[in-house]
Each structure stands twice: as C-alpha cells, then as structure tokens.
Design a protein around this ligand. Structure first.
Ligand SMILES: NC(=O)c1ccc[n+]([C@@H]2O[C@H](COP(=O)([O-])OP(=O)(O)OC[C@H]3O[C@@H](n4cnc5c(N)ncnc54)[C@H](O)[C@@H]3O)[C@@H](O)[C@H]2O)c1
Ligand SMILES: [Zn+2]
Length: 362
C-alpha cells in the first residue's frame, strides 16, 4: 500500500492506494474514529461487487453498518435523493460521530459527501472510490455537490474526507469506457504538471488498460499526488486550482450541448486538444507536442475531434459558463507537455474557429 498525504492542517487526510484494502477499512476506522455505528452509501451494482468485502471487515471490528442504497445514475445526485438519505440516517439515529462511508464512483462520492457535510452540520466522511476517475480526481479535494435543474454540481459545499481508500482491485470490473473516462483526467495531470509522467503513461498504456496492478498503482499515486499538491495550495478554489480545469472550458460546453450524451472524460479529451490547438495557433505549443497529445488520447480510447453538435449551443454554453468579456475568454493553455498557463485574453473568435475546424491545426 502507498499513502499520498493531503496536508491541510486539521483537515488533512491520507489517501491509501493499493490492493485488497477494502477489507481493512473496518480496522482503520476503529483506529481513527471511535464510534459504534457506520453508514454505507452505495448503489446495487457496486454493492453486489464489493459490498461484502467491506462489510466483512466492518463486522470483524464490531460495527453493524447501516446500508443506504441509492439507485444507479447521475440523476441521483439530487436534493431529492439527499433528502431520502437524511431520512435513512435519522431512522438509524446517526449522530455527529457516525462516519459515512461512500462506496462507489464520483456520483456516490459527491452525493454521500454532500449528505455527510450537511447532516447535523457535518459527519466524518470516508471515501472508497471504485472508478478510476474517482480514485484520481473526485475523491480528492473536498468538493461535494448535487445537481439542480439543468445545472451540474449547482448545490454543494466543501467537506474534506477523514480518509480516502482507493482499492485498485475494484477497477477490473469497470467497462472500458469508464477506464478511458478516468484516463482523460490522468493525462490532464501529466500535461499540466509532469512531463516524465506523460512519458510513463505513453510507455505503459497497454498495461494500464489491462489492469496491470503495479502500473495502475503507480499512475494513481502520481495522479493523486499532483491533485493533492494543488489542493493543498488552494483548498477553496480561489486561484491555482484553476489549472485543473485544463480541457474543461470547451469540455463542459460539449458535455452540456450534447445533453450529457458525451461523457465527461471524452468531452475533456476534446477540450484538451482544442486548448492545445489554440495554444499552437498562438505560436506557443509545438506541433510535435500536439501530435503526441492526440496520439496518447486516441490510444487511451478517447476522442480528439469535435463531434457533430449544434455549434450555437456549444458557443452559448461557453459564453454562459465562462463569461466572455470584450470578445475574450479565459483558458488554461498548455505551454509544453508538463506546463500550462492561465490565458485571460484568448479571442473568443479563435476558440470558435478551432471548434468549427474540428480541432485541426494549421
Ligand atoms: N468532487 C469532485 O471534485 C469531482 C471531480 C470530478 C468529477 N466529479 C463528479 O463525479 C461524477 C462522475 O464520476 P464517475 O466517473 O466515477 O462516474 P459514476 O460514479 O457514475 O460511475 C460510473 C459507472 O460505473 C459504475 N461503477 C462504479 N464503480 C464500478 C466498478 N468498480 N465496477 C463496475 N462498475 C462500477 C457506476 O455504477 C456507474 O454506472 C460526476 O457526477 C462528476 O460531477 C466530482
Ligand atoms: Zn474533470
């Protein structure tokens, strides 16, 4: 097992990464959080796969965990579902010392995190991420949220977990598209912060995609360490954390203009290529690096070309999301592989041209 620390003073925590960790959560809970009850929030698919391993470990430590089941799907990240969970916790007489264990991907983590943050003004949260995206991204940094109306993550609060346990043996059951989805964020970390990491992903992509546990552990540790370091410097998203939005300006617009048919990681992949093309047209990002980035994304099973969408909707979503001022828009652009910068003055017309020309350079 490897440990990445998130150093946030009293709100700091460990991210434990490795194999066969779910069964040890009960013992770690006993060490860390004296309590007699625990609540598990999960969905039926994940419970069927990994619930028993977790529950056996909790039973051994004398916990009688209450299982609160949420149906599958992003639609469950809602105030309605949160209200049902509050009801379940009341019925079980959960109190301020009762830890909430979120077993699942980012949907379960964001929802259970929101409930843990708000029920009785905050219970300890233990995140047990079971998707690659959740292990490298959503479980780190304390953002919790539910969606509201058409707006994703509209209602939320910062609530750092007490512990994150990423058991890589949960990953082989993921559908390939979910692996690609997580890889988009992994590749994002390498482009914003770490060129040798980018080469490591290039060299080991086949092993990652076939769940080689040594390689997987390494890429999750390095990704988590990059996100943790950024979160430590900017816990509440006031500055540096912005660079994590590389690929997300256009990515979010594509997601929403496709009515979320295009998944987040796919949209971010397209958005990273768009940002790289914009930077290349501004004379900054080299054509050779652009080709390298596209090649790696394609090999990771991700799209690089802009899909056929109502371009007016994409543009509107970008205008709405990012507040275009005087025809200029803020972008996180790559300078080279491993370095990004915040560009406040990208011409909106250039961004649209890149999209309309389907991310082709030249
Ligand atoms: N809080 C943050 O900082 C943050 C960051 C990024 C994304 N998010 C949020 O995360 C969510 C997306 O998370 P996600 O990509 O993990 O998707 P997800 O939670 O929807 O999981 C994807 C699918 O995989 C299934 N699944 C989960 N683990 C599995 C396993 N081990 N084996 C087989 N199937 C499994 C799920 O039931 C689901 O169908 C979005 O709601 C997004 O807004 C939050
Ligand atoms: Zn993202």
């Amino acid at each position: 097992m490897r440990i990445v620390k998130v150093r946030l003073g009293r709100r700091g925590y460990d991210i434990r990464i490795g194999r066969e960790l779910l069964g040890q959560v009960g013992a770690w809970l006993r060490e860390k959080l004296p309590c007699d009850k625990a609540v598990i929030i999960t969905n039926p698919i994940i419970d069927r796969l990994y619930g028993d391993i977790l529950k056996r470990g909790l039973d051994k430590q004398g916990y009688k965990p209450l299982l609160l089941m949420v149906p599958e799907g992003e639609e469950q990240k809602s105030l309605d579902t949160a209200a049902k969970l509050y009801g379940g916790m009341q019925a079980a007489r959960a109190d301020r010392s009762t830890p909430v264990l979120a077993l699942g991907g980012g949907v379960i983590g964001d929802l259970a995190g929101f409930v843990a943050a708000t029920y009785m003004r905050g219970l300890p949260l233990v995140l047990l991420p079971t998707t690659l995206l959740a292990q490298v991204d959503s479980s780190i940094g304390g953002k919790t949220a539910v969606d509201h109306g058409p707006i994703k993550n509209n209602i939320g609060v910062f609530h750092q977990p007490a512990l994150v346990v990423a058991d890589i043996l949960t990953l082989p059951s993921l559908p390939p598209i979910e692996v690609s989805n997580g890889l988009a964020e992994v590749i994002k970390y390498a482009v914003i912060r770490d060129k040798p990491f980018f080469s490591l992903i290039e060299r080991n992509l086949d092993k990652i995609r076939s769940f080689d546990s040594i390689v997987l552990e390494e890429i999750i540790v390095r990704s988590a360490a990059i996100k943790a370091a950024i979160v430590e410097k900017d816990e509440k998203d006031a500055g540096l954390r912005n660079i994590l939005n590389f690929g997300h300006t256009i990515g979010h617009a594509i997601e929403s203009a496709s009515d979320f048919r295009i998944k987040h990681g796919q949209a971010v992949s397209i958005g990273m290529v768009s940002a790289a093309v914009i930077s290349n047209k501004m004379g900054i990002f080299k054509a050779k690096d652009l080709a390298r980035l596209k090649k790696l994304l394609l090999a990771a099973g991700l799209p690089v070309a802009v899909p056929r969408l109502d371009m007016a909707r994409v543009i509107k979503a970008m205008e709405h999301d990012k507040k275009v001022r005087n025809g200029r828009i803020r972008f996180i652009l790559p300078r080279s592989i491993g370095k990004v910068f915040i560009a406040d003055d990208v011409s909106f017309a250039l961004a649209i041209e890149v999209l309309e020309r389907n991310n082709e350079e030249g």
